[in-house]
Design a binder for this molecule. Structure first.
Ligand code: GDP
Length: 480
């Protein structure tokens, strides 16, 4: 598989001549339109100080998502925020309220529409992008597809209700994704509001807010009365500053699909989040396994845009089909290239579907294979036990098995039967579920089978550590 010199140069934001010169030094004579193989491309990429991320067996993808940017080309970008929390705690209300804080909206007006994400400009001129689908399901399913779009999680907790089961789930999902949390204590206007109780309750879930001497920002808000919204936005921007979020706007665009649907009048419509580079009208894009030329780009107020830079969500018209949420999109140099990648991905999808049908092999074997291939450097585990003492004991003993080449990551160690949420979390993090003296609900079992998540049942701790040790050594024998 190969890439043209022109596209390689494009990916690195270099002039074609520079790439051609570098190739000549290696004894390779090529013109801009000629293709070079992946190994040579990799050498060139490294020569220019970029890093290469090779996508498994698919050399076709080299140079597409493969090239990292130079530090000097990076510019600050807006944070991307997902709102999570328990049902009825006000996620949707807060998203609606925050949208009205957009100072750039005024003049143009326009009716807001749900396109999956929107961006607001605050009075200082700073921008924040909000993913307009609250809750952890979308967040986690995107992560399961490899997309990491969220920089900051705003955890909404109703001040009259306190920490509830989905609050705890949201915390786990945010932590598994390594996304920093900001707590929005909502419904502060209500007579029964008790924000201090929320702060107190969060302590037992390892969220220590600033008011309790910790470093998680907590902001009191009322989505209904629209109070505290400016403070919440300030907190998000402060967090963004700490994260030092940057992207290179001067390159061809890459990003992730947020949502997509088939519109009766307009055909396939996909909302994408630009994560690197700038997307222009007329660009040829590949989104998931679909491709097309960008015919129009619209924001959440239906305004036409000519271009969209990093962290900007836009609704795209022109892609031939409906790509899945969480799938990557990328701009390519021409239609042939787009067709090639799209066909390649369609083939991979078919192969994957066939493989899933023949056998759910379980992630333990897959994880082993990835570790042996050097693609995975850590063993991820989700521990569920009958009592907290066992969960903690297992966590402590497996963590001791960490090896300099293979890390061990315990996503969570908690008590209770295995639920669909656990399976979702394990799926998103490529983790194995360790079930110690507990069972899975039938829905969770079905989901695990469907999603190829391995649930391992144990009743003796050393059997857990044995298995993990084998995994770390990359030598475990398949159990099937
Ligand atoms: P979601 O399920 O988390 O998306 O919650 P919703 O946004 O749908 O809100 C659930 C209910 O709480 C609705 O009846 C809202 O009107 C109400 N609600 C949301 N925010 C506030 C608030 O700040 N104050 C009060 N009093 N009610 C709120």
């Amino acid at each position: 598989e190969s890439i043209t010199v022109a596209e390689l140069a494009n990916r690195m934001a270099l002039r074609q001549g520079e790439v051609i010169k570098s190739l000549m030094k290696m004894g390779v004579m090529a013109t801009a339109t000629q293709s070079i193989d992946a190994d040579t491309a990799e050498l060139v990429i490294e020569e220019f100080g970029h890093r290469v991320r090779r996508v498994a067996e698919s050399d076709v993808e080299i140079g597409i998502e493969g090239v990292e940017d130079n530090e000097a080309d990076l510019k600050p970008r807006a944070p991307v925020v997902t709102i999570m929390g328990h049902v009825d705690h006000g996620k949707t209300s807060l998203l609606d309220a925050l949208r009205t804080t957009d100072v750039a909206a005024g003049e143009a007006g326009g009716i807001t529409q749900h396109i999956g994400a929107y961006q607001v400009t605050v009075p200082s001129g700073a921008k924040i992008t909000f993913i307009d689908t609250p809750g952890h399901e979308a967040f986690t399913s995107m992560r399961a597809r490899g997309a990491s779009v969220t920089d900051v999680v705003v955890l909404v907790v109703a001040a009259d209700d306190g920490v509830m089961p989905q609050t705890i789930e949201a915390i786990r999902h945010a932590k598994a994704a390594d996304a920093p949390i900001i707590v929005a204590i909502n419904k502060i206007d209500k007579p029964g509001a008790n924000p201090d109780r929320v702060r107190q309750e969060l302590l037992s879930h390892e969220i220590v807010v600033e008011a309790m001497g910790g470093d998680v920002q907590d902001i009191e808000v009322s989505a209904l009365k629209r109070t505290g919204l400016d403070k919440l936005e300030e907190a998000i921007l402060l967090q963004a500053e700490i994260l030092d979020l940057k992207a290179n706007p001067s390159r061809v665009a890459e990003g992730s699909v947020i949502e997509s649907r088939l519109d009766r009048g307009r055909g396939p419509v996909a909302t994408v989040l630009v994560q690197k580079g700038t997307l222009n009208r007329g660009d040829i894009v590949v989104a998931g396994a679909e491709w097309g030329r960008v015919r129009a780009m619209l924001d959440d107020r239906g305004r036409q845009l000519k271009e969209a830079g990093p962290s900007m969500p836009v609704e795209l018209l022109g892609v031939a089909g409906v790509p899945g949420a969480g799938e990557p999109f990328v701009v390519v140099e021409n239609e042939n290239r787009a067709r090639e990648i799209s066909e390649f991905r369609q083939r991979k999808l078919r192969e994957k579907a066939a493989a899933t049908q023949t056998a759910a092999r379980g992630t333990l074997d897959q994880m082993l294979a990835r570790i042996q291939a050097g693609e995975q450097k850590e063993v991820a585990l989700l521990i569920k036990a009958d009592v907290q003492g066992s969960a903690e004991a297992i966590k402590a003993s497996v963590q001791k098995l960490e090896h300099e080449e293979v890390g061990i990551r315990v996503l969570a160690a908690s008590v209770g039967q295995i639920t669909e949420s656990d399976v979702q979390l394990a799926k998103a993090s490529n983790a194995i579920i360790v079930a110690f003296n507990v069972r899975a609900t039938s829905q969770a079992r079905e989901m695990a089978q469907r999603e190829e998540v391995d649930i391992r049942y144990y009743s003796i701790i050393y059997q857990v550590t044995d298995d993990v040790e084998q995994l770390v050594k990359g030598k475990i024998a398949p159990k099937h």
